[in-house]
Design a protein around this ligand. Structure first.
Ligand SMILES: Cc1cc2nc3c(=O)[nH]c(=O)nc-3n(C[C@H](O)[C@H](O)[C@H](O)COP(=O)(O)O)c2cc1C
Ligand SMILES: CCCCCCC(=O)C(=O)O
Length: 368
């Protein structure tokens, strides 16, 4: 049943850009839900710089290149997607829309792009697969002190046909999100982290973001990559790399991809904007594995800049949630379609007919 805060009475104004969806979500979600989604760590410097950093980068458009035809398709891990934007893993979609992750999965299936499902989903991975059986999905994994929890998730998602594991490595501890502390953020009683139904032995006691606190294993280290590889045949992508040193280690440990990410500025405050880290990582990796990024993508020209700096694909976090809050599946589709149209236009206005033609020559040299 639809919650009152999901009322569509205000859905009539056309949405033109992603920040229109943000404004809708800000006005319609409860304060504690909005604050949770919007949160950055501490003073939110990194969260905000993720967006500002794109504004400091200038493009060098080429002209007279017959852009009457354009093609935004690309591939990730060998699979074709309609354009180089996927959905980053974000928790608790049922807080934004009653169908939660089922709506997100259907929207990404319809648009033909990749949906990275969060461990912290409010629908189970089985329900998500049943809702969008032909969707292209990766699964985001955390490593728990009780390794059996992570192991079981890996086996479940592999059996369900998820195509890669995205290991999030920037949360040895949860960042300090001031508003969540002030609001004493908690999932409402009708929602839970569905993937863990009945799996935590000691469910009584303190809870943090829907699971017993201190469940995550802060001792996780590079040797755990080998442990994970021993559990699965799925490709492994490491999410949360920000330096060339760690990018090199990722390649040496035999993973198939990296997501340059600072968790939307929700973990270490004072770290760099992700777009500012991208070229050093791409230069280090030199095409040995795929490099993706997330953080602060709000327009088609942001996507273009990230690809010009070497990202194979980018992922959006909060904007998908705003789309959900606006109109569920339709809202997420609209967000993706607007971003696709903006990206196509930015490509054409800078003289690119397809993603293969996007390269560093598009970026003003002072930014390299
Ligand atoms: C509300 C929220 C929940 C998130 N949950 C997860 C999660 O469960 N797992 C994860 O790896 N990253 C999580 N992230 C981080 C995102 O995957 C991504 O790195 C970030 O949102 C990208 O920045 P953007 O929101 O500016 O697009 C979350 C981010 C937000 C905003
Ligand atoms: C114990 C950490 C859970 C965090 C919940 C999801 C997430 O990653 C977020 O940023 O929020």
């Amino acid at each position: 049943m639809k919650n009152a805060c999901f009322s569509s009475a205000m859905n009539t104004t056309a949405k033109v850009c992603l920040t229109d969806f943000e404004e809708y979500a800000r006005q319609h979600l409860s304060k504690s839900t909005w604050d949770y989604y919007a949160a950055g760590a501490d003073e939110c410097c990194t969260r905000d710089d993720n967006l500002q950093a794109y504004k400091r980068i200038r493009l060098r458009p080429r002209i007279l290149r017959d852009v009457s035809m354009s093609d935004t398709r690309t591939t990730i891990l060998g699979t074709e997607i309609s354009f180089p934007v996927g959905i980053a893993p974000t928790a608790f979609h049922c807080l934004a829309w009653y169908e939660g992750e089922l709506a997100t999965a259907r929207a990404t299936e319809a648009v033909n792009t990749c949906y990275i499902t969060s461990t912290y989903s409010t629908c189970s991975v089985e329900e998500i697969c049943a809702a969008a059986p032909n969707g292209y999905r990766w699964f985001q994994l955390y490593v728990y002190r009780d390794r059996k929890l992570s192991e079981q998730l890996v086996h479940r998602v592999e059996a369900l046909g998820y195509k890669a594991l995205v290991l999030t490595v920037d949360v040895p501890y949860t960042g300090k999100r001031r508003d969540d502390i002030r609001n004493q953020f908690k999932l409402p009683p009708h929602l839970k982290v569905k993937n863990f139904d009945g799996m935590f032995q000691d469910a009584a006691g303190l809870e943090e973001y829907g699971v017993p606190s201190n469940s995550l294993d802060p001792s996780i280290s590079w040797k755990d990559i080998h442990w994970l590889q021993s559990l699965t045949r799925l490709p492994i992508i490491i999410k949360g790399i920000l330096t060339k040193e760690d990018a090199e280690l990722a390649v040496e440990h035999g993973v198939q991809g990296i997501i340059v990410s600072n968790h939307g500025g929700r973990q270490l405050d004072g770290g760099p904007a992700t777009i500012d880290c991208l070229s050093e990582i791409v230069d280090t990796v030199q095409g040995r594995i795929e490099v993706y990024m997330d953080g602060g993508i709000r327009t088609g020209s942001d996507v273009l800049k990230a690809l010009a700096l070497g990202a194979k694909c980018v992922f959006i976090g909060r904007p998908a949630i705003w789309g959900l809050a606006y109109k569920g599946e339709e809202g997420v589709k609209e967000v993706l379609q607007i971003l696709n149209e903006e990206f196509r236009l930015s490509m054409a206005l800078s003289g690119c007919r397809n993603v293969a033609e996007i390269n560093r020559n598009l970026i003003q040299i002072s930014k390299l």
